[in-house]
Design a protein around this ligand. Structure first.
Ligand SMILES: NC(=O)C1=CN([C@@H]2O[C@H](COP(=O)(O)OP(=O)(O)OC[C@H]3O[C@@H](n4cnc5c(N)ncnc54)[C@H](OP(=O)(O)O)[C@@H]3O)[C@@H](O)[C@H]2O)C=CC1
Ligand SMILES: O=C(O)C(=O)[C@@H](O)[C@H](O)[C@H](O)CO
Length: 323
């Protein structure tokens, strides 16, 4: 009998055709997220689930007695309750690697946009406010040769470091729980404690996964350590930062600015104070969102899904669920 899978996220037609070769499938065919109760109903006979971001917890597992695999179309898997999945012997996969360069481009876009105030000055020009040749009030700060601190020097962190080091001649430092000597040698980056990194950096980029340990990793104390001239970039998850503390730091001017692809609540509340600040550049969580990269992520997730329902160990099983 062919395995049954449910696609809770829209995928390109080529990816759907690939899944159809191996599985019977039903799919959620709308852009908005599938309502939870509907997802739970769909899982009553499913062997596999392809999803992006919905909570994979005990309740969902209880509604999915045949489930063998959940394939996330994202590299982050903070939506997985890995303990509950392990207890039920349900595999969980993600999409590492294929999005590294694209997310690094986004992080770098935020660095440049915040440093040179590109969205703010774009609005200024379009509003007809450009009245004289060169106005010092529009000046920004240099990115090239500045000091960049990367918190979370993983796959994406390294791609950011390469751009910084070889494209912009920046001094790059990083903080992880463990040192990465290969990256130090290959990229010429230096290890710092979190405290040292925050004190020394002109730009701080947060690129860790969201875990119980990184939840609000950057709070009041950490922001207070940063230079008054520093720019803070978050391309990880909104919950890795205490957003209230960030707002406070920006309001007090204890850091220069921020570039944010992610927020505590997504979509972000239109009344969120961060959206009113000219020195904050915001994006709607589009780190990996190019046509090619989203296609590659969907294909990788489909491949993980098919392998899993066929009883094989999929290539991108998350670390906590490896035997
Ligand atoms: N904005 C967006 O659209 C996107 C966001 N992301 C986010 O980026 C995250 C990182 O992705 P990726 O680079 O592939 O992941 P990796 O696992 O390759 O890298 C994560 C890095 O974070 C470090 N890290 C983990 N926990 C801690 C901690 N407690 N303190 C300090 N460092 C820590 C790890 O080092 P060590 O284990 O030594 O601590 C590792 O070097 C994803 O999990 C996702 O949340 C990813 C893609 C797109
Ligand atoms: O991969 C991740 O962890 C991401 O944050 C993004 O690439 C995803 O696109 C996002 O989860 C929406 O699918």
């Amino acid at each position: 009998m062919r395995p049954k899978v449910f696609l809770a996220k829209q995928v390109p037609s080529e990816v759907e055709a690939y899944i159809a070769q191996y599985c019977d499938y039903r799919k959620w065919d709308r852009e908005e997220e599938i309502p939870r109760h509907q997802l739970l109903e769909e899982l009553s006979d499913a062997d596999g689930l392809l999803i992006s971001g919905g909570s994979i917890d005990q309740e969902l597992l209880d509604h999915a007695p045949k489930l063998k695999i959940v394939s996330n179309v994202s590299v982050g898997y903070n939506n997985f309750d890995t303990a509950a999945m392990k207890a039920r012997d349900v595999m969980g996969t993600h999409t590492p690697g294929v999005l590294d360069e694209t997310v690094a481009d986004t992080a770098f876009g935020l660095i440049l946009a915040a440093a040179r105030r590109i969205p703010e000055l774009d609005a200024y020009v379009k509003a007809g406010n450009w009245k004289k040749g060169s106005d010092e009030r529009n000046f920004g700060v240099d990115v090239h040769h500045a000091k960049l601190g990367i918190i979370g020097m993983g796959r994406i962190g390294e791609a950011i470091a390469r751009r910084a080091k070889f494209g912009f001649s920046m001094d790059v430092m990083y903080y992880n729980r463990s040192r990465k000597e290969d990256a130090e040698q290959k990229l010429g980056v230096v290890y710092r404690s979190l405290q040292e990194l925050l004190q020394e950096s002109d730009f701080v980029v947060l690129m860790t996964p969201l875990t119980p340990e990184t939840n609000r990793l950057i709070g009041r104390e950490e922001l207070a350590l940063m230079k008054k001239t520093a720019i803070f970039i978050n391309t990880s998850r909104g919950q890795t930062v205490d957003e209230e503390a960030l707002i406070e730091a920006l309001e007090k001017g204890s850091i220069r600015g921020a570039g944010l692809d992610v927020f505590e609540q997504e979509p972000v509340d239109p009344d969120n104070k961060l959206l009113k600040m000219p020195n904050v550049v915001t994006l709607p969580h589009i780190g990996s969102a190019t046509h090619q990269t989203r296609f590659d992520m969907a294909m990788l997730a489909a491949n993980n899904l098919v392998k899993g329902v066929q009883g094989e160990v999929p290539p991108n099983l998350v670390a906590e669920l490896r035997r």
